[in-house]
Design a protein around this ligand. Sequence first.
Ligand code: CAA
Length: 286
Amino acid sequence: MAREFTSVGVVGLGTMGAGIVEVFARNGVDVVAVEIAEDALERGRATLTRSTDRAVAKGKLAPADRDALLGRVNFAVGLAALDSVDLVIEAVPERLDLKRRLFADLDRVCKPEAILATNTSSLSVTEIAVATNRPDQVIGVHFFNPAPVMKLVEVVRTVVTAPEVVADVEALCARLGKVGVTIGDRAGFIANHLLFGYLNQAIGMVEAHYATREDIDAAMKLGCGLPMGPLALLDLIGLDTAYEILDTMYRRGGRDRRHAPVPLLRQMVTAGLLGRKSGRGFYTYE
Ligand code: CAA
């Protein structure tokens, strides 16, 4: 029988973490939402409130259901609040040292049977798993942005992930209304491996002044039926996140030149042009 997940923890309440909190709370699961500092916690809380208020304003969510959803989320600073959850999903920035340290701490704090999952999109789940004393209970659970909307979850098993942990997480994805695809541990998994070479080439076209950003986006949106063009999508993902993903895939994936970050991307990140979250990326946002 599939494992019951009555309470889950989410660590890191940036764009992805806050969206993942919403996914669980919308589906009746109690969530402990954790950040390292009060201001980051408040930003996460604001993201969740904005997203659920928008759903209410659109008539997609009844005010009482929004209140019930928010009532399922317990915000906390520090990992100690995760001592009784059945599953933790980590969604902190894409830095291996940071994630490995966090997993070692989670291993100490969480109950022994809890599953520890990472939302990493390009780092090695195996390297994260071996920072704990329970590598068989560590798995990748990769959501897509915006997490409340995108249907896919990549479930990443390592060579030591217990088969029942994989099966329990696959069942959980279905309960959340997501479609899970289960794959092995390689940089970028399926979607990012294919997507980011394309996004990188679009930045290359901007850098070369080959076409305007609007025309590049229009070409892919109107010519190929994609929901948004590559530059608008990069702004949604976050240019800092996109850089980290490309750089990691480049280094882990045999230095495939398609994944060598175009210099313009690095320059934009250095200049603080991070996309929607900073108000400016390839486009400007209010
Ligand atoms: N949070 C919650 N809900 C959101 C949302 C958000 N951030 N953004 C949009 N939505 C909801 C809207 O409320 C709306 O819901 P309803 O249909 O129930 O009204 C729905 O999504 C559609 O939104 P909009 O009408 O505002 O706009 P749209 O039709 O243009 O859709 C979009 C927006 C869903 C983002 C769409 O453009 C899209 O699918 N874009 C591609 C996104 C994509 O490729 N994501 C993957 C990125 S790669 C990744 O995530 C991997 C990684 O590791 C970085």
